[in-house]
Write a protein that binds this ligand. Structure first.
Ligand SMILES: [Zn+2]
Ligand SMILES: [Zn+2]
Length: 310
């Protein structure tokens, strides 16, 4: 935009000169002036026209920025917000927001709910994936072979998992932060929402050799939140509340609570206590949160929870 503005200003004397040549009358009048007056008139006209163009361009720039912010907000808040996790592909019930209640099967990269995993175990299918029926790898070597196969095939989620394995030194791998970050970034570039969420955490906390950078953290969480990641949405709410943008914080918390994200409900409660949200905001969010939690319940899932608690 600045380049455009300078180019416009530089064109002004040329345009004025051509105009001067074009209009015979103006030419005759100006011919009668001394060369000092001509120069003065040309400079004055150039400055005046330049100022008009600068103001116009500054106003256009401000308008563009406003429009870009509006479009960004429309994408962030103005659509239907379904949870990224969707439904368990076996029982077809919505997966809960609580990440401990389902697992990723690395054979098919599907999220299987705890209830279906328990049901498969009860049927003696301990060593077979309940969804794709592939044998479940047991040894470190077999797990790494399977995940590497996914990475070689360009699977973004496989890259994310291998990155996490390198970071934690899992399955016998030597801890390698640089390699872990490379895989995480590649996974994010290929569209892994989990990788975007994780990158947001890494930037927010200044981990893995990176400095804290909240601009980058927000960038990655916004991508994850738009894709329906409940925790990314909650984190954006916290970021906005810290910036005292309470309206935006409330919007994020309401969306996340609707997906069954428990911390967001507490966030709305805190905003309500501070007079930043209405009673109606809180109760509507509570009803939608309870609805999401209820829809994600099944006898088998409750049985799994009871077993874990025992
Ligand atoms: Zn299930
Ligand atoms: Zn599978």
């Amino acid at each position: 935009m600045i380049t455009l503005t300078l180019a416009n200003v530089m064109m002004i004397p040329l345009v004025l000169f051509l105009t001067w040549l074009w209009f015979e009358d103006a030419h005759d009048i100006i011919e009668s002036y001394s060369w000092r007056k001509k120069c003065f008139a040309l400079i004055a006209l150039s400055l005046a026209a330049g100022s008009v163009l600068l103001i116009t361009n500054a106003s256009t720039l401000a308008h563009c920025r406003k429009r870009a912010a509006k479009l960004k907000d429309e994408a962030l808040f103005g659509q239907e917000h379904e949870s990224l996790f969707g439904e368990c592909p076996i029982c077809m019930l919505p997966l809960p927001s609580d990440r401990s209640q389902f697992r990723t099967k690395i054979c098919c990269m599907k999220w299987i709910c705890s209830g279906c995993i328990l049901a498969a175990t009860e049927r003696g299918m301990n060593n077979i994936c309940a969804f794709c029926r592939q044998p479940t790898p047991r040894s470190n070597a077999a797990i790494l072979v399977l995940i590497q196969k996914g990475v070689d095939a360009g699977n973004a989620n496989a890259m994310f998992f291998l990155g996490e394995y390198y970071f934690d030194g899992q399955y016998g791998l030597q801890r390698d932060e640089a390699r872990a970050m490379g895989l995480l970034r590649e996974a994010a570039n290929l569209g892994s929402v989990k990788a975007h969420y994780q990158l947001g955490l890494v930037y927010a906390h200044g981990e893995r050799g990176l400095r804290t950078n909240m601009v980058n953290a927000e960038y990655h969480w916004e991508i994850a939140a738009k894709a329906g990641h409940p925790s990314a949405r909650f984190n954006l709410g916290v970021v906005e509340a810290r910036k005292r943008n309470y309206d935006r914080a409330l919007k994020h918390f309401i969306i996340a609570a609707k997906m069954g994200e428990a911390s967001s409900l507490k966030g709305i409660q805190a905003l309500y206590k501070d007079g930043r949200a209405t009673k109606d905001d809180y109760f509507r969010a509570l009803v939608e949160y309870q609805q999401a939690v209820q829809e994600a319940k099944s006898n088998q899932r409750e049985k799994f929870k009871a077993l874990i608690r025992a």
